[in-house]
Ligand binder design. Structure first.
Ligand code: DC
Length: 243
């Protein structure tokens, strides 16, 4: 499988984080903590690219389901992991995901994919393959906010800015239910199941800053991530410039 990022059509914005070569901001945490919205918002504010690594696991899962592959067959899933061409767009204003040239940005968010993806993401050959592609995408950018479960621990352990975004289980389920037609109760049951399955690859890096978003709104979370990135790059936060 080839995985590539759309680096064309660069926004042309100069990174606000200074001349730091390849600043990587790693955002990890459980599902429903608000990683995607916060990471996209921070990337836009900082003039950086954005990588949603979960979309790559979802894309592979979508393709396996389309082919009628029994995803509990880890050996077969591992063998097939490199077959589809998975591409992701890294513009934080309009991220997209393609499989063999087909836009699957919406198709990878269905309940079927969501309830199946943990099993696919647990297969070691799948992880090795996608992690290599993710590192390649990150290496080709000047600055990127990458979100997932293992960015700060495995994909980019040298990232100078690491965030571990959490929220309590009920708050996460409420947010997810608001985005779907599922009830909050069934969302939480499904979320707890996925949390357990994803736990092996969802550790917090020792040097990550933990943000509990239970009581925070999206702008507050974005603000914290932007401040951490600017502090690292030596660019004062606008508020700090006010006398
Ligand atoms: O964040 P998400 O719900 O789109 O992630 C989809 C699945 O992929 C989820 O089961 C966790 C898994 N995942 C992973 O194992 N490693 C990552 N870096 C990102 C996602």
């Amino acid at each position: 499988m080839k995985t590539s990022a759309d680096l064309d059509g660069d926004t042309g914005e100069e990174s606000e984080t200074g001349n730091q070569a390849r600043l990587v901001v790693a955002v990890d945490g459980p599902s429903g903590a608000g990683k995607s919205s916060a990471s996209r918002g921070a990337a836009i504010a900082l003039g950086m690219r954005y990588l949603d690594t979960g979309s790559m696991y979802r894309a592979l899962t979508w393709w396996l389901l389309e082919r009628g592959v029994e995803v509990s067959d880890a050996g077969l899933v591992g063998e097939l992991a490199a077959e589809p061409v998975i591409e992701v767009g890294t513009d934080p204003r309009a991220p997209w995901t393609r499989v063999n040239g087909t836009d699957v940005s919406a198709a990878i968010r269905t309940r079927e994919v969501t309830s199946t993806v943990s099993a696919v993401a647990a297969v070691p050959r799948v992880r090795a393959h996608l992690i290599a592609q993710q590192r390649d995408i990150i290496a080709r950018t000047d600055g990127i906010v990458a979100e997932g479960r293992d960015i700060g621990t495995v994909v980019a352990p040298d990232a100078p800015v690491k965030v571990f975004l959490t929220a309590d289980s009920a708050a996460r389920a409420d947010r997810r239910a608001g985005e779907t037609t599922w009830s909050a109760a069934s969302t939480q049951v499904e979320q707890d199941r996925r949390d357990r399955l994803d736990a092996a690859q969802s550790g917090k890096a020792d040097d990550a800053v933990e943000i509990d978003s239970t009581q925070l709104d999206l702008d507050q979370v974005i603000d914290i991530i932007v401040r951490l990135a600017r502090e690292h790059a030596g660019v004062p936060h606008p508020r700090q410039q006010i006398r």
